[in-house]
Design a protein around this ligand. Sequence first.
Ligand SMILES: [Zn+2]
Length: 225
Amino acid sequence: MELANPCYLIQHPQGKLLWDAGLNDKLVNTPGGVEVMDGAFKMSVKKTLASQLKAINVTSDEISFLAFSHLHKDHTGNAARFSNATWLLQQTEYDFGHSEHAAHSGYNLRDYLHAKGNQTIKLQGDHDVFGDGMVMIISTPGHTAGHQSLLVKLPQTGPVLLSGDLYHFRANREQYGIPVWNDKKSTIHSFTKIDRLLDQTRAQLWIHHDKDQFDALKKAPHFYN
Ligand SMILES: [Zn+2]
Protein backbone atom coordinates (compact mmCIF):
# COMPACT_ATOMS: atom_id res chain seq x y z
CA MET A 1 0.00 0.00 0.00
CA GLU A 2 1.31 3.42 -0.92
CA LEU A 3 0.86 6.37 1.41
CA ALA A 4 1.25 10.08 0.70
CA ASN A 5 3.17 12.38 3.03
CA PRO A 6 2.40 16.06 2.38
CA CYS A 7 3.28 19.33 4.10
CA TYR A 8 0.95 22.34 3.93
CA LEU A 9 1.91 25.99 3.76
CA ILE A 10 -0.81 28.33 5.02
CA GLN A 11 -0.40 31.97 4.05
CA HIS A 12 -2.25 34.41 6.30
CA PRO A 13 -1.90 38.22 6.14
CA GLN A 14 -0.17 38.07 9.52
CA GLY A 15 2.31 35.32 8.70
CA LYS A 16 3.06 31.95 7.19
CA LEU A 17 2.40 28.70 8.94
CA LEU A 18 3.86 25.37 7.89
CA TRP A 19 1.78 22.38 8.92
CA ASP A 20 4.04 19.32 9.31
CA ALA A 21 7.61 19.07 8.06
CA GLY A 22 7.47 15.81 6.08
CA LEU A 23 10.25 13.32 5.49
CA ASN A 24 13.81 14.65 5.45
CA ASP A 25 14.67 16.18 2.08
CA LYS A 26 17.96 14.21 2.09
CA LEU A 27 15.96 11.09 1.24
CA VAL A 28 15.70 12.41 -2.32
CA ASN A 29 19.29 11.15 -2.73
CA THR A 30 18.12 7.57 -2.14
CA PRO A 31 15.71 7.07 -5.06
CA GLY A 32 14.60 3.59 -3.96
CA GLY A 33 13.87 4.89 -0.46
CA VAL A 34 14.96 3.53 2.90
CA GLU A 35 13.38 0.74 4.87
CA VAL A 36 12.20 1.39 8.41
CA MET A 37 10.57 -0.69 11.15
CA ASP A 38 12.21 -3.92 9.94
CA GLY A 39 11.01 -3.35 6.40
CA ALA A 40 7.38 -2.66 7.33
CA PHE A 41 7.64 0.76 5.68
CA LYS A 42 9.77 2.14 2.90
CA MET A 43 10.14 5.91 2.93
CA SER A 44 11.12 7.93 -0.11
CA VAL A 45 11.08 11.54 -1.29
CA LYS A 46 10.52 12.44 -4.94
CA LYS A 47 10.14 16.19 -4.50
CA THR A 48 11.88 18.08 -1.71
CA LEU A 49 10.11 20.58 0.51
CA ALA A 50 12.98 23.04 -0.11
CA SER A 51 12.52 22.93 -3.88
CA GLN A 52 8.77 23.42 -3.57
CA LEU A 53 9.16 26.46 -1.30
CA LYS A 54 11.77 27.86 -3.66
CA ALA A 55 9.39 27.45 -6.61
CA ILE A 56 6.90 29.76 -4.89
CA ASN A 57 9.61 32.19 -3.66
CA VAL A 58 9.21 31.43 0.02
CA THR A 59 12.40 31.24 2.10
CA SER A 60 12.61 29.09 5.22
CA ASP A 61 13.24 32.26 7.29
CA GLU A 62 9.82 33.56 6.31
CA ILE A 63 7.96 30.76 8.06
CA SER A 64 6.68 32.31 11.28
CA PHE A 65 4.89 29.28 12.68
CA LEU A 66 5.66 25.59 12.45
CA ALA A 67 2.91 23.35 13.77
CA PHE A 68 2.89 19.57 13.75
CA SER A 69 -0.03 17.20 13.79
CA HIS A 70 2.34 15.20 16.01
CA LEU A 71 6.07 14.52 16.29
CA HIS A 72 6.31 11.09 14.58
CA LYS A 73 9.31 11.09 12.30
CA ASP A 74 7.35 11.17 9.03
CA HIS A 75 6.09 14.61 10.14
CA THR A 76 9.31 16.20 11.48
CA GLY A 77 11.95 15.44 8.81
CA ASN A 78 12.69 19.05 7.86
CA ALA A 79 11.76 20.66 11.18
CA ALA A 80 15.20 22.09 11.89
CA ARG A 81 15.24 24.07 8.64
CA PHE A 82 12.97 26.85 9.90
CA SER A 83 15.05 28.78 12.39
CA ASN A 84 12.66 31.74 12.83
CA ALA A 85 9.53 29.69 13.28
CA THR A 86 7.65 29.51 16.55
CA TRP A 87 6.57 25.93 17.16
CA LEU A 88 3.00 25.17 18.11
CA LEU A 89 2.73 21.91 20.00
CA GLN A 90 0.44 20.44 22.59
CA GLN A 91 2.15 20.30 25.97
CA THR A 92 1.40 16.55 26.08
CA GLU A 93 3.13 15.97 22.69
CA TYR A 94 6.13 18.03 23.77
CA ASP A 95 6.41 16.07 26.99
CA PHE A 96 6.14 12.65 25.34
CA GLY A 97 8.50 13.66 22.52
CA HIS A 98 11.12 14.55 25.12
CA SER A 99 10.58 11.46 27.26
CA GLU A 100 12.61 8.25 27.38
CA HIS A 101 9.81 6.42 25.49
CA ALA A 102 9.93 8.63 22.38
CA ALA A 103 12.90 7.04 20.57
CA HIS A 104 11.25 3.61 20.34
CA SER A 105 7.76 4.96 19.61
CA GLY A 106 8.26 6.38 16.11
CA TYR A 107 9.92 9.66 17.13
CA ASN A 108 13.28 10.79 15.75
CA LEU A 109 14.61 13.09 18.44
CA ARG A 110 17.41 14.33 16.18
CA ASP A 111 14.76 16.10 14.08
CA TYR A 112 13.72 18.38 16.90
CA LEU A 113 16.09 18.29 19.87
CA HIS A 114 18.66 20.47 18.12
CA ALA A 115 15.95 22.96 17.14
CA LYS A 116 15.83 24.13 20.75
CA GLY A 117 16.60 27.68 19.61
CA ASN A 118 13.06 27.94 18.29
CA GLN A 119 10.44 29.40 20.54
CA THR A 120 7.81 26.79 21.37
CA ILE A 121 4.28 27.57 22.47
CA LYS A 122 2.97 24.62 24.45
CA LEU A 123 -0.77 24.37 23.97
CA GLN A 124 -3.38 22.98 26.35
CA GLY A 125 -6.07 22.30 23.74
CA ASP A 126 -7.56 24.20 20.80
CA HIS A 127 -5.73 27.33 19.66
CA ASP A 128 -6.59 30.21 17.33
CA VAL A 129 -3.24 30.82 15.58
CA PHE A 130 -3.81 34.38 14.28
CA GLY A 131 -6.63 35.42 16.61
CA ASP A 132 -9.25 35.80 13.88
CA GLY A 133 -10.64 32.26 13.74
CA MET A 134 -9.24 31.60 10.26
CA VAL A 135 -6.57 29.07 11.28
CA MET A 136 -7.47 26.92 14.26
CA ILE A 137 -5.48 24.14 15.87
CA ILE A 138 -7.90 21.50 17.11
CA SER A 139 -6.69 19.14 19.81
CA THR A 140 -7.37 15.55 18.67
CA PRO A 141 -5.37 13.15 20.88
CA GLY A 142 -5.41 9.40 20.32
CA HIS A 143 -2.85 8.56 17.65
CA THR A 144 -0.35 10.21 19.99
CA ALA A 145 -0.82 11.91 23.35
CA GLY A 146 -0.80 15.40 21.86
CA HIS A 147 -2.03 14.84 18.33
CA GLN A 148 -3.72 17.87 16.76
CA SER A 149 -5.61 18.78 13.57
CA LEU A 150 -5.86 22.08 11.70
CA LEU A 151 -9.00 23.88 10.55
CA VAL A 152 -8.27 26.44 7.83
CA LYS A 153 -11.01 28.76 6.58
CA LEU A 154 -10.18 29.74 3.02
CA PRO A 155 -12.03 32.70 1.46
CA GLN A 156 -13.06 30.87 -1.72
CA THR A 157 -12.52 27.17 -1.08
CA GLY A 158 -14.24 27.36 2.30
CA PRO A 159 -13.18 25.47 5.41
CA VAL A 160 -10.71 22.59 5.15
CA LEU A 161 -9.81 20.28 8.00
CA LEU A 162 -6.33 18.77 7.91
CA SER A 163 -6.73 15.75 10.16
CA GLY A 164 -3.10 14.63 10.44
CA ASP A 165 -3.00 10.96 11.45
CA LEU A 166 -6.33 10.92 13.29
CA TYR A 167 -7.36 8.74 10.34
CA HIS A 168 -4.90 7.14 7.95
CA PHE A 169 -7.29 6.57 5.05
CA ARG A 170 -10.84 7.44 4.14
CA ALA A 171 -11.92 3.84 4.78
CA ASN A 172 -10.46 4.20 8.25
CA ARG A 173 -12.86 7.07 8.94
CA GLU A 174 -15.91 5.43 7.43
CA GLN A 175 -15.42 2.31 9.54
CA TYR A 176 -14.18 4.18 12.64
CA GLY A 177 -11.12 1.94 12.54
CA ILE A 178 -8.63 2.53 15.32
CA PRO A 179 -4.97 1.60 14.71
CA VAL A 180 -3.65 -0.80 17.34
CA TRP A 181 -1.03 1.62 18.65
CA ASN A 182 -3.59 4.38 19.35
CA ASP A 183 -5.08 5.17 22.73
CA LYS A 184 -8.60 3.88 22.14
CA LYS A 185 -10.56 6.10 24.51
CA SER A 186 -9.07 9.41 23.43
CA THR A 187 -9.27 8.38 19.74
CA ILE A 188 -13.02 7.77 20.04
CA HIS A 189 -13.37 11.11 21.81
CA SER A 190 -11.45 12.86 19.00
CA PHE A 191 -13.49 11.07 16.28
CA THR A 192 -16.68 12.42 17.90
CA LYS A 193 -15.21 15.92 18.23
CA ILE A 194 -14.23 15.98 14.54
CA ASP A 195 -17.61 14.58 13.41
CA ARG A 196 -19.32 17.46 15.24
CA LEU A 197 -16.90 20.02 13.85
CA LEU A 198 -17.39 18.76 10.28
CA ASP A 199 -21.17 18.90 10.76
CA GLN A 200 -20.98 22.45 12.09
CA THR A 201 -18.52 23.87 9.58
CA ARG A 202 -19.22 21.71 6.51
CA ALA A 203 -15.44 21.58 6.12
CA GLN A 204 -13.70 19.35 3.59
CA LEU A 205 -11.68 16.63 5.29
CA TRP A 206 -8.16 16.12 3.98
CA ILE A 207 -6.61 12.94 5.36
CA HIS A 208 -2.85 13.29 5.54
CA HIS A 209 -1.65 9.86 4.34
CA ASP A 210 -4.54 9.01 1.98
CA LYS A 211 -2.79 8.76 -1.38
CA ASP A 212 -5.93 8.61 -3.54
CA GLN A 213 -7.14 11.83 -1.99
CA PHE A 214 -3.67 13.41 -2.16
CA ASP A 215 -3.35 12.56 -5.86
CA ALA A 216 -6.59 14.40 -6.59
CA LEU A 217 -5.51 17.62 -4.80
CA LYS A 218 -3.59 20.55 -6.27
CA LYS A 219 0.08 20.66 -5.34
CA ALA A 220 2.57 23.55 -5.17
CA PRO A 221 3.12 25.78 -7.04
CA HIS A 222 -0.67 25.60 -7.42
CA PHE A 223 -2.75 26.51 -4.40
CA TYR A 224 -6.19 26.83 -2.88
CA ASN A 225 -7.49 30.27 -1.93
ZN1 LIG B 1 2.17 9.86 9.85
